[in-house]
Design a protein around this ligand. Structure first.
Ligand SMILES: Cc1cc2nc3c(=O)[nH]c(=O)nc-3n(C[C@H](O)[C@H](O)[C@H](O)COP(=O)(O)OP(=O)(O)OC[C@H]3O[C@@H](n4cnc5c(N)ncnc54)[C@H](O)[C@@H]3O)c2cc1C
Length: 529
């Protein structure tokens, strides 16, 4: 029995079925995807969560295990530019500061040049063009980028061919002299912020290579440099988009799982995991939906929700105090907007780093508060994919990272909305708010209501040094036999590719415990057993 049909639950279900298990997935929502669900309104189709497709090799790896190429399943396009970064205008925002006398790199422009609110860089796809951008910003920047990518590329390869796939059940898995030597030699335990600055003198270049670790839920100051593999994924492997939207990946995963014989029950919310004699034996459904018996339960819903809500206290591994002391990933204020007309020259992805990054990080991690001048991210998928908006209209998604657990009110949301829209409108030079036809917000209280998310977190638990590998909540329960966990609150961490890996790891541990040896994948399209 698998609880939850997000990335990790779908991956786990497909791997379990491939290993010979009879698998049922129970999902509380009426569609698969979890945080990667869709919402449609007035002809607009919104991906509700993820929008950055990075690490294409991990998606290929997943689908190849089941006999598919990604290209058989969806039309994946590399974006160029990968994304745009909007920097503070000189004198605005305390960081990053413009180095005195720095030249304008390729792709940059200024308020006077384009009517934008500040300088911005369009980050090109491909290392040669990136190298030019780095060199123009800082003499020697191109060579520094080469060194940075060589080092982070080695980390990426080591992680994706080995370490990422260790279930982290014990520290012994990592007592590997070769690994420990490399970690020390490559200074992997220092912070990502300090690691980035050991390569680049320009604050903008340092910001550019460190921002990808924000995906892992903590600031660059709190994230160990081993996660610089995210920067390699960004700069060397590129930013991709599946035509039709991110939900195409979910549809493909459901298809793969069904081909393996997995059954789905949507609109089925688990109320309790029944434990008898120290073993998980069934899940009890909400609203008198009865109980479904199981030889084992793999819970891919939020770990905290499963332990603290679905299990009786005597069966929990972690106390509420334990959870209170964890560093959760941020929550987010999201806006799904349908806009009549176009968005000017806005590219698919734009990061508004035009305000004080450190002040915003403090408001998320140190002194939780609604940020006064937040950083935000704008995603305009209809720039690439007309199918996500009606003809002549644009699909726009906004994301503002917020501290988990903040008091969430409509008034606070609206204040932030007006502020970020004013900046976006200044950037594109268009009165977008006058052309709004769809507007929906989503934040902490929605994450809590829809996923039982602890403190309304969006991305699970942060990948700080103290919450890495065996220091994360474990894949296998130490209190209940036959109970396993997957998802973004356990190993390896937040994000679509890590969630895929998490499902695979949890399924592997479960199958080994049952004494089942994985079998060959069923050929695509073969009938259900
Ligand atoms: C706004 C946002 C933007 C993001 N952007 C990116 C991005 O650009 N790129 C990227 O790689 N990652 C991104 N992520 C992270 C990524 O989406 C997640 O890490 C990943 O989707 C988590 O998958 P999961 O399976 O762990 O959890 P979930 O997707 O939350 O799946 C858990 C499932 O369990 C179900 N469930 C919960 N409780 C019960 C119950 N009691 N009974 C039955 N079912 C239950 C839920 O409905 C849900 O479907 C983003 C996340 C968010 C929220």
């Amino acid at each position: 029995m698998v609880i939850g049909a997000g990335f990790s639950g779908l991956a786990a279900a497909a791997h379990l079925a491939r290993g010979g298990a009879r698998v049922t997935v129970v999902e509380r929502h009426d569609q698969p995807g979890g945080r990667a669900r869709t919402w449609s309104e007035a002809g607009f189709h919104f991906d509700m969560g993820p929008s950055w497709y990075w690490m294409p090799d991990l998606f290929e790896r997943f689908f190849r295990t089941f006999g598919h190429e990604v290209s058989d399943l969806y039309d994946l396009r590399r974006l160029d530019p990968s994304y745009r970064v909007v920097w503070p205008a000189p004198g605005e925002g305390s960081s990053p500061r413009f180095p005195p006398g720095s030249g304008a790199p390729p792709g940059s422009d200024t308020a006077s040049g384009s009517g934008r609110s500040s300088g911005s860089w369009d980050i090109p796809a491909g290392v040669p063009a990136l190298r030019e951008l780095f060199e123009a910003e800082e003499p020697g920047g191109g060579a520094a980028l080469d060194r940075f990518l060589a080092e982070t590329g080695a980390i990426y390869q080591a992680a994706n061919s080995d370490y990422l796939f260790r279930p982290s059940l014990t520290f012994r898995e990592f007592m590997d002299p070769r690994l420990l030597t490399e970690v020390v030699r490559m200074r992997m335990l220092r912070s990502m912020a300090s690691y980035a600055r050991s390569f680049f003198g320009s604050e903008r270049l340092a910001r550019l290579v460190e921002w990808p670790v924000l995906f892992l839920g903590a600031s660059a100051r709190k994230t160990p440099a081993m996660y610089s593999l995210m920067s390699y994924a960004d700069m060397a492997l590129g930013t991709w988009y599946p035509m039709g939207g991110m939900h195409r990946i979910i549809q493909a995963m459901v298809q793969v799982a069904e081909d393996q014989g997995v059954e789905f029950r949507f609109g089925s919310r688990v109320e309790r995991i029944r434990v008898e004699g120290g073993r998980a034996v069934a899940v009890e459904m909400e609203g008198g939906g009865g109980a479904l018996s199981a030889d084992a339960v793999l819970a891919s819903a939020d770990y905290h929700h499963v332990e603290q809500t679905l299990l009786e206290p005597q069966h929990r591994q972690y106390t509420e105090r334990y959870w209170e002391r964890r560093t959760m990933s941020p929550s987010s204020l999201l806006y799904y907007l349908g806009i009549q007309g176009d968005l000017g020259d806005l590219p698919h992805h734009t990061l508004f780093f035009d305000q004080d990054l450190d002040a915003h990080m403090d408001a998320v991690y140190l002194r939780p508060a609604w940020p006064r001048s937040p950083l935000f991210y704008a995603c305009a998928p209809s720039v690439t994919d007309p199918s996500v908006a009606p003809a002549g209209a644009s699909n726009l998604f906004l994301l503002v990272p917020l501290a988990p657990g903040l008091e969430d009110s409509d008034a606070a949301r609206e204040t932030v909305f007006q502020g970020v829209m004013a900046r976006l409108e200044a950037h594109v030079g268009l009165p977008l708010r006058e052309r709004l036809v769809v507007k929906r917000s989503y934040a902490m209280r929605d994450f809590e209501a829809d996923y039982g998310a602890f403190r309304g977190n969006a991305y699970g638990m942060a990948n700080t040094l103290r919450q890495t590998g065996p220091l994360k909540p474990r894949l296998r329960s130490s209190q209940v036999r036959g109970l396993y966990f997957a998802g973004q609150l356990t190993v390896p961490g937040p994000g679509m590719p890590p969630s895929l890996v998490s499902g695979e790891l949890a399924a592997g541990v479960l199958l080994r415990d049952l004494g089942v040896r994985p079998t060959e994948a069923s050929p695509p399209g073969s009938p259900r057993p």
